[in-house]
Design a protein around this ligand. Structure first.
Ligand code: ZN
Length: 300
């Protein structure tokens, strides 16, 4: 059977449409929203299963990294195919754990940023002028949300250190990337994701970014001792490399906050290689290389 999730420009409309088609094809998938973006776009959530052991995947934090939405949605499709017995060849059998599990997939945390990156500053509504001045219409530049805040700098983890690093790079206000805003969780997208994690005791989470084929698994003293070994296991099925991020990406991220807040495992997968946005022609090869790592994360 041909895939539902095929390579395509994954703006907010496309992601919403793919969520609807997946739910139509697989009626056991629950489709809801966890909130709205700055400009009022829905933050979609798909979930499979009703078990206590909950696992979260979240994608498209950074506007140029919109290909990660398609990776998350293809993962959802693959889990559904396993669930109904259409795919029995996987090394990592979701069906065997499905009864005790809930997999939640947030395909697009930053829908405003993605639409601005793909279609231009006019998609930022009342913020369009600021967005244009800050370079949103320059191809390949915009990573932030419609307020010019980098969502992966807006989580409450190492705020002071991160703000000092941002200042040392001359980043002090709304811009295309790497400004964390004046306080943690100031953005509705960040706040909605944190609220979900406070409501649902996820066993572990995975944030999908691009690129570099790396796995980040560590943040501070609360990193669980088994996280290093798990990252190595995930690396062994994908060829990715367990790594630590650069200084300016070393605080304020979702996985940083999740580890510090819960003491449980949080991963960032840096999918693919090249220059963002990664080309659509690379989608299938990126997904195939990451597939077992993603399926293993779902059944851990
Ligand atoms: Zn990123």
């Amino acid at each position: 059977m041909p895939s539902i999730v095929t390579p395509q420009i994954a703006d907010s409309r496309a992601v919403g449409a793919l969520c609807a088609v997946l739910c139509h094809a697989y009626p056991f998938v629950h489709h809801t929203t966890i909130g709205q973006s700055v400009c009022g776009r829905p933050l979609h959530a798909l979930s499979i299963g009703h078990g206590e052991h909950a696992v979260l995947f979240a994608a498209a934090f950074h506007a140029q990294e919109w290909l990660t939405s398609l990776i998350a949605l293809r993962l959802c499709e693959d889990l559904c195919r396993q669930y109904i017995g259409e795919d029995t060849r996987s090394r990592f059998d979701f069906v065997s754990v499905a009864a005790s599990r809930t997999v939640v997939i947030l395909p697009q945390i930053n829908p405003d940023g993605v639409d601005i990156a793909i279609h231009g500053s006019s998609r930022g509504g009342s913020h369009a002028t600021m967005l244009h001045v800050q370079g949103a219409d320059i191809k390949g530049v915009w990573q932030a949300n419609a307020h010019g805040i980098d969502l992966n700098h807006n989580f409450d983890a190492g705020r002071e250190q991160l703000a000092a690093i941002e200042r040392s790079h001359g980043i002090t206000g709304p811009c295309a990337r790497q400004w964390g805003g004046v306080c943690a969780e100031s953005e509705p997208e960040t706040a909605a994701l944190c609220a979900l994690c406070r409501r649902v005791p996820f066993h572990h989470v995975a944030a999908l970014h691009s690129q570099g084929e790396e796995i980040y698994w560590q943040y501070g003293d609360r990193t669980p001792t088994h996280a290093r070994m798990t990252a190595r296991l995930l690396a062994s099925v994908s060829g990715y490399t367990p790594a630590s991020p650069n200084a300016i990406a070393s605080h304020g991220g979702f996985k940083d906050w999740f580890i510090e807040h819960t003491g449980r495992m949080g991963f960032t997968f840096e999918l693919g290689r090249g220059r963002n946005p990664l080309p659509l022609c690379d989608f299938d090869s990126i997904y195939q290389k990451a597939r077992d790592m993603l399926l293993l994360t779902a059944v851990l």
